[in-house]
Design a protein around this ligand. Structure first.
Ligand code: CO
Length: 691
């Protein structure tokens, strides 16, 4: 055992002036990206990062992760914030600490492979705007998907951190696919590509402490770049895993400030600082400075986000990870989606079906976007398959995966499924073996054309190139072409306090309602009821369940307008599909505010009440295509008057971040179209009619 593996306890001093350790563990803070992405649905606003940025800059972090992952999507879609502006703003406050981003290889910060010209421009602009460290991963660990972006990172003289996604098919590291040899081999490939550091990305919190010891020891012996460990807390193992990784000589650990830590996020930094105090791996961090940041966050910032915490559970860990070796967030996400489709009772079928679908699809690691691809296909199989046919509704992403558009799967895809998925596939029925993006035509010029007169610079064009539907909407808001909806505006501390007050009142057994006659007190109903109430003149919707001695508040949210979903709810999933505004129900009548308690619905209370279809079901004579799930219309493949044959794709619906082609069940002519690209639709909305 080499010297740095040993933990030595020397003289313990508390203050910042204590002697520096020989080999301090370096720390990257994730609060401002993965932290709020994991706990608060990526809803953190730049204005709420600024107050702590300078304090964080003084800590001595190796880096701060502030961008990438889901931030780009969420910012332009839900927060009406320019993603590029965040890098520039934070760069002004983090003067010493390098900024880090999560880059999904050729998927950039989206959910599909982008063309090489878009990938190059995106990385160049990220570097130019102020990004220093590019933490790069590929969902299939197919590093051909790194080639283009790494080349640009290197040209821009920035830090290339190569990630290996940690995955497993057995209860411990090993088995046919994800063995120790697999990970060491992947790390060697990254070293050969010029990785400045190598990261083990344990996105699901699957890495157990003793496996971490074996893995980090093996990596330290076999590759020379520093080793960085990213392990989510989800299963509860991560703090133990971190400590064993330190003993094995890990160089850098990922943590969050405690308000952003635990649950599906990461271990907190403070216990690690204290655990290593006075050892040869002492971080050197001042615990009092960390405490000062936390106190500011607790008092001034986090009250605005607390309602997003998925606190319907008592437990802070999710043992599904230990039971199913699948990301906890992914399973709770699927549960939320099933709930939206009124099919939550079929969750056990999903648990059973998921490993089978994953195996059919080549035992892919489960990380964005493969976790969604496997998850949504599993839901489709459970909901739509019958005894006669399996894989009845194959998503276009599964078809792309079968074609090779995401890269090479760790083991081959089930040949029967591959054949079925690629039948009539527009790019061809024979899968490719080349680097996927080689198949893609350049996209940047077309994007420039599409937003001519709207986009002002290349950064705007990239917003559109990455997210055509929502990106264009954002640019229209940005340049005042359209009014910004209230649901996209920031929430104030005052608002948060009012809502907290409401919750307090509900917990005390009373809600104050105001009708035309003025204030009156109402008693809580027997079981559950939804209230629309005013607090200081502002309408809020509150769902309350009376399960025993203490009434439970299910959700508090600003009351939605007639046709929009409310933005937030305390039972919101930690990971939020863009198609469904988080789960507060939209009222089924145009009246946004009721002045008395609604009748108690049957238990459990509905998390979502889909709005009724806008087009009547029997629109004319003909066969309707209905939305099988809530989502956003991407496009119609046919125009009114076009001939449609059985099996022809007619509508592309984005649901759960995946595009689903809805096909015609009849021969005929497309008689009517009920929506336009970008429209949100509810389950069972009639999308078009074929007659
Ligand atoms: Co993560």
């Amino acid at each position: 055992m080499t010297d740095h593996h040993e933990i030595k306890l020397t003289e313990v001093k508390y203050g910042k002036d204590r002697p520096a350790a020989k080999n301090p563990v370096k720390i990257m803070d994730l609060s401002l990206r993965d932290g709020h992405q994991s706990l608060f649905a990526t809803r953190g606003r730049t204005e709420d990062m600024i107050p702590v940025a300078e304090m964080m800059d003084e800590i001595g972090y190796w880096g701060v992760e502030v961008w990438g992952g889901a931030t780009f999507d969420t910012m332009h879609r839900f927060l009406n914030e320019d993603p590029w502006e965040r890098i520039r703003v934070l760069k002004r406050y983090f003067k010493k600490t390098p900024l880090s981003m999560l880059l999904r290889g050729q998927n950039l910060v989206g959910y599909r492979q982008y063309a090489d010209d878009v990938a190059k421009a995106f990385v160049e602009r990220s570097a130019e705007n102020g990004m220093d460290i590019f933490r790069t991963f590929d969902a299939l660990n197919d590093f051909r998907n790194f080639e283009i972006v790494v080349d640009v990172i290197k040209k821009c003289k920035k830090h290339f951190q190569g990630c290996v996604c940690y995955s497993m098919t057995e209860p411990r590291m090993g088995g046919d696919v994800y063995s120790l040899e697999y990970f060491v081999d992947k790390a060697k490939q990254l070293e050969a590509m010029g990785a400045d550091t190598i990261c083990i990305k344990d996105m699901a919190g699957l890495l157990s402490p003793y496996d971490a010891f074996r893995l980090i020891s093996a990596l330290k012996e076999n590759v020379s770049p520093p080793i960085h460990l990213h392990s989510h807390f989800t299963s509860g193992m991560a703090p133990m895993t971190h400590l064993k990784a330190v003993e094995a000589g890990v160089d850098i650990l990922d943590t969050c400030l405690s308000p952003y830590a635990y649950r599906t996020s990461h271990p907190a930094v403070e216990p690690m600082v204290m655990s290593l105090l006075g050892t040869n791996r002492d971080t050197g961090f001042d615990i009092k400075s960390l405490a000062a940041i936390n106190s500011k966050l607790e008092k001034e910032i986090l009250p605005k986000y607390k309602h997003l915490l998925n606190d319907s559970r008592v437990s802070v860990i999710d043992i599904n990870v230990l039971l199913h070796q699948t990301p906890g967030g992914m399973l709770s996400n699927l549960a939320n989606q099933l709930r939206e489709m009124d099919a939550l009772d079929r969750i056990d079928e999903v648990y059973t079906m998921l490993p089978k679908v994953r195996k059919d699809l080549g035992q892919v690691p489960l990380v964005t976007p493969t976790s969604q691809i496997v998850g949504i296909q599993t839901v489709n199989n459970v909901l739509f398959d019958d005894e006669k046919e399996s894989y009845k509704m194959i998503t276009s992403q599964v078809k792309d995966l079968c074609f090779g558009l995401y890269g090479k799967t760790p083991v081959p895809i089930n040949p029967e499924l591959k054949k079925k998925a690629l039948k009539g596939y527009p790019r061809g029925e024979e899968p490719i073996t080349c680097r996927p993006a080689e198949m893609l035509e350049p996209e940047l010029k077309k994007a420039e054309e599409a937003v001519k007169g709207l986009a002002v610079d290349i950064d705007d064009v990239l917003v559109y190139a990455l997210y055509p539907v929502t990106g264009k909407k954002f640019l229209e808001y940005k340049y005042g072409r359209e009014a910004v909806p209230d649901t996209l505006k920031p929430r104030t501390l005052e608002q948060a306090k009012k809502e907290a007050e409401l919750v307090r009142k509900a917990r005390a057994g009373k809600l104050v309602e105001k009708d035309e006659a003025g204030n009156k007190e109402v008693e809580l109903p027997e079981n559950v009821a939804k209230f629309s109430v005013f607090v200081d003149g502002e309408p809020f919707e509150v769902a309350v369940e009376n399960t025993g001695a203490i009434p439970m508040v299910h959700s508090v949210a600003p009351a939605p307008g007639p046709f929009s979903g409310a933005p937030v709810s305390s039972i919101a999933p930690t990971f939020v599909p863009p198609t469904a505004p988080i789960s507060a129900p939209a009222p089924s009548t145009p009246s946004p505010v009721q002045t008395h308690a609604a009748p108690a619905p049957p238990t459990p209370p509905p998390a979502n009440v889909p709005t009724p279809g806008k087009a009547p079901e029997t629109a004319g004579e003909g066969t309707p295509i209905k939305a099988p799930m809530p989502g956003i219309i991407i496009k119609y493949e046919k125009n009114v008057g076009d001939t449609v044959n059985i099996g022809d794709p007619v509508v592309v619906l984005e649901a759960m971040k995946m595009e689903n082609s809805l096909v015609s069940a009849v021969d005929g002519v497309l008689k009517s179209i009920a929506f336009a690209s970008g429209d949100s639709v509810a389950k069972n909305d009639v999308l078009c009619v074929i007659g």
